[in-house]
Design a binder for this molecule. Structure first.
Ligand SMILES: Nc1nc2c(ncn2[C@@H]2O[C@H](COP(=O)(O)OP(=O)(O)OP(=O)(O)O)[C@@H](O)[C@H]2O)c(=O)[nH]1
Ligand SMILES: [Mg+2]
Length: 194
């Protein structure tokens, strides 16, 4: 699959603000700063589709993008950012739950983890939540440029082990910096949409 058109549709903090349920959606979830927005820009070949920031906590709303006029990519707000207040993290939980638990056109949630680190307790919690809701199956290991070829295999095994991923799950190393791994991920996304 090649993405030739990307159009930002809207930001939402509650259900009433979502676009209609008429098109399939694939969402991206992960810790703050893991590289969700960068990955969306890589996939869409558009440097400015989603806002990237070096300070964590940039994406605080659910952002919908129309892709090739036929499906949507959804950038979810990151979790695990220590500096947010309690009320902000409660808002986050409510916002995520509302979207993830009751969106009939949501096909899958691609979970991002940083290839350099063992997945955190929150990553595991998110993965379990996705599995419970039938939304797990594709994990992206971001910032693959930060580890050597040699270390990559070990890092991927640790991610599989810590998340306790299923037999049929895929874990795809991707680098937004070096622009690697996106074709395999786009292939998986294409299969989801068929
Ligand atoms: N080296 C390297 N840095 C990356 C890569 N992807 C993202 N980054 C950097 O990581 C930081 C965070 O990237 P974002 O894409 O904004 O992360 P995010 O997950 O959307 O963050 P929030 O919106 O805060 O949840 C930025 O400084 C990016 O330049 C990558 O593949 N390699
Ligand atoms: Mg972001």
């Amino acid at each position: 699959m090649k993405i030739t058109r990307v159009e930002f549709l809207c930001s939402a903090v509650k259900k009433g603000q979502y676009p209609a349920e008429d098109l399939p959606e694939i969402a991206f979830a992960g810790r703050s700063n893991v590289g969700k927005s960068s990955l969306i820009n890589l996939l869409t070949n558009n440097r400015n589709a989603a806002k990237v920031s070096s300070s964590p906590g940039k994406t605080r709303t659910i952002n919908f993008f129309l892709i090739n006029g036929s499906f949507r990519i959804v950038d979810l707000p990151g979790y695990g950012y220590a500096k947010v207040s309690k009320s902000v993290s409660q808002d986050w939980g409510r916002m995520m739950e509302e979207y993830l638990s009751a969106r009939p056109n949501l096909k899958k949630v691609i979970q991002l983890v940083d290839i350099r680190h063992e997945p955190t307790a929150q990553d595991v919690q998110m993965y379990d939540y996705l599995r419970y809701n039938g939304l797990s199956g594709i994990v992206v290991a971001t910032k693959a440029d930060k580890v050597s070829r040699n270390e990559q295999g070990k890092a991927l095994s640790l991610i599989a082990k810590t998340l306790n991923t299923g037999e049929s799950d895929v874990i795809i190393p991707v680098s937004a910096l070096k622009k690697t791994g996106q074709d395999r991920l786009l292939g998986c996304m294409e299969s989801l949409l068929q």
